[in-house]
Design a protein around this ligand. Structure first.
Ligand code: 6PG
Length: 248
């Protein structure tokens, strides 16, 4: 682990070792959160990168080492599609993980992709406030990915969602090649106790270099994830860390 601009950065030779270390971290965090507060609240992301991790958490020894009745699962973002749609982030996590572990059904706090985005965002905001109380949102862990354009969750460069300071979740309008979505806002993510970015592949190496080595002069959304009190960890494979000046 190397500290770079206040981030904890680790690089891995391959995706399998990255996934194992991320699974170990989730086991540790879930156990300590449950011991301290009785629950472990985690926000999951979609995309390709976390698939291996989700699959692993459903297997031994990880599965047995998580106290599933203390776990509450949320999402960082969701596309405007029904929960059984192949683009649904809920479906991704459900198929690979949630359907395979003894997680109580009422601990699954999904974003209603089947509703119109504004109502789904408002309902999710309400659900977060009722779960976390007036503090708004204090996830024990937010799991994020990053796009080659610097987006994270469904916070895209230049979008109005980036400026939101009051709401915890907002709708993100569709564009030419993008479905409408709902996303956690930076103000929700930045209250987290810990954030873990997973990134694999060379397509992300440039933006990761800009954020980690150069301090995000372009203002990429992923680089705006800086929790006031929590740590930000970056787990990178060789491809994603290729241009890092500071070896991790
Ligand atoms: C999603 C996301 C999104 C994702 C990045 C990286 O649902 O697509 O939450 O922010 O994490 O686009 O995606 P990949 O892992 O597929 O590269």
């Amino acid at each position: 682990m190397t500290a770079v601009r206040g981030y904890d950065v680790r690089t891995f030779a391959d995706a399998a070792s990255l996934d194992r270390t991320a699974a170990d971290l989730i086991v540790d965090r879930s156990r300590s959160a449950a011991a301290e507060r009785g629950t472990f609240s985690v926000a999951l992301s979609g995309g390709m990168t976390p698939r291996g991790l989700y699959g692993l958490l459903a297997l031994s020894p990880y599965r047995e080492n998580i106290e599933w009745n203390t776990v509450h699962v949320f999402w960082a973002d969701e596309r405007s599609v029904p929960p059984d749609h192949e683009d649904s982030n809920y479906r991704l996590a459900h198929d690979l993980l949630l359907s395979k572990v003894p997680l109580p059904q009422d601990h699954i706090h999904r974003i209603r992709g089947e509703s119109d985005p504004a109502s789904a965002a408002a309902a999710y905001d309400d659900e977060l406030r009722s779960f976390f109380g007036s503090a708004g949102a204090t996830f024990d862990l937010v799991l994020l990915g990053i796009g080659a354009d610097g987006h994270t969750a469904s916070l895209f460069p230049g979008d109005a969602a980036l400026a939101e300071t009051r709401r915890l979740a907002v709708p993100v309008p569709a564009t030419g090649n993008r479905l409408a979505r709902v996303t956690l806002t930076l103000s929700a993510i930045n209250r987290a106790r810990a954030v873990l970015f997973l990134a694999t592949g060379e397509s992300k190496a440039k933006v990761i270099h800009d954020i980690l080595d150069d301090g995000n002069p372009q203002g990429y959304p992923a680089g705006l994830v800086r929790p006031e009190r929590g740590r930000v960890l970056w787990y990178l494979d060789n491809g994603a860390s290729r241009f890092l000046r500071t070896p991790a």
